[in-house]
Design a protein around this ligand. Structure first.
Ligand code: AVJ
Length: 319
């Protein structure tokens, strides 16, 4: 244990959070970065979202991976490496790993040390023959693979439609980063939520049990907890809308009255009806996502969908 007096006085993580919150709430159109939705409470609420009847993405993607595991893993050669970007609990990955008895290594990348430790323990129990080489880090930056793995064939895995949280330009940039990490000849398996009836989309992000509302409002609760702010959670309401022009679901927090909130000595005013944009979740048609992949030098290969065409899994090959 480090002597507390020897630790640097500034806490960079809290400082970044403060700066991002104040900056986002000082803009003419208020926004907060969606990554801050996932603190301990937020991650628990997201877990509950994935089990809601209205929230189809998680169970549909899982069904696709189950139904097509054989084909999806066919591109991974014996001795190849499977690299997962933002692996979390690695639960979906097990559906692929159980089909890959001769995999060279599984490389989960995640910012959470605890999530990686939990995943490693689970995998050691359930698939003890899999060689796991975890990397603690942010997958949006290029990462070097362990030296002993660099000559092996690489397959990237990026499920969950996490790519939908990025604008198309950011998503293209991320696919280029993945290409740099995986190198040419590599494969990438990506989960992407599909465009569909807006009513069904909005229901998935504004469920009848109010779990998504609680998930969204937790962001204000987190700012109160961590930055000592005084958001009145009863004076803001969750709203989910489908923005057809941009092809995305937007989550907002609507101020129910004119009010002001104090955050770290700063007063942030809200008009009645003013909103904070907290998350975008982009939806793609199959061909739109293939075009995006091409823009990042990936060649679209096979795609798999469920019978109702709710969700898609794409195989891309780096050219
Ligand atoms: C984890 C980003 C895929 O956009 O569907 C779910 C997050 N937000 N309900 C999504 C989320 C509200 C989710 N992703």
């Amino acid at each position: 244990m480090l002597n507390p007096s020897l630790r640097p006085a500034s806490n960079t993580e809290a400082d970044t959070f403060t700066a991002d919150v104040l900056q986002g709430l000082s803009r003419p159109i208020k926004t907060l970065p969606c990554r801050y939705l996932y603190d301990t409470q937020g991650s628990e609420l997201f877990d509950r979202i994935t089990r809601l009847p209205e929230y189809y993405p998680t169970r549909t993607e899982t069904a696709i991976l189950k139904a097509h595991a054989e084909e999806i893993t066919a591109g991974v050669p014996d001795g190849g490496v499977l690299i997962e970007f933002g692996s979390g609990s690695s639960i979906k990955t097990e559906l692929l790993l159980e089909r890959l008895p001769r995999l060279g290594a599984y490389v989960p990348i995640d910012v959470s040390h605890a999530a990686l430790a939990g995943a490693m323990k689970r995998l050691a129990d359930r698939l003890p023959h899999i060689h796991v080489r975890p990397i603690v880090g942010d997958f949006s930056f290029p990462t070097a693979l362990p030296a002993e793995l660099v000559w092996r064939h690489r397959t990237g895995f990026f499920p969950g439609s996490t790519i939908g949280n990025l604008t198309p330009i950011e998503a293209s940039r991320l696919l280029r980063v993945f290409r740099a990490v995986l190198s040419s000849g590599a494969h990438l398996i990506v989960g992407v939520d599909l465009k569909k009836d807006p009513t069904k989309l909005v229901r998935a992000y504004d469920d009848s049990a109010g779990v998504t509302a609680a998930f969204n409002l937790n962001l204000l609760a987190r700012i109160n907890r961590e930055l000592g702010a005084n958001f009145d959670l009863g004076a803001f309401k969750h709203r989910a809308i489908y923005n057809a022009r941009d092809g995305r679901i937007e989550m907002h927090l609507v101020s129910l009255k004119e009010q002001s909130v104090k955050i770290r000595g700063r007063r942030i005013p809200f008009r009645a009806g003013e909103t904070i944009h907290t998350e975008s979740s982009y939806k793609y048609s199959l061909s739109q996502f293939q075009d995006l992949a091409r823009s990042a030098n990936w060649q679209p290969s096979r795609t798999w969908t469920d019978p109702r065409q709710l969700f898609s899994v794409h195989e891309l090959i780096s050219s």
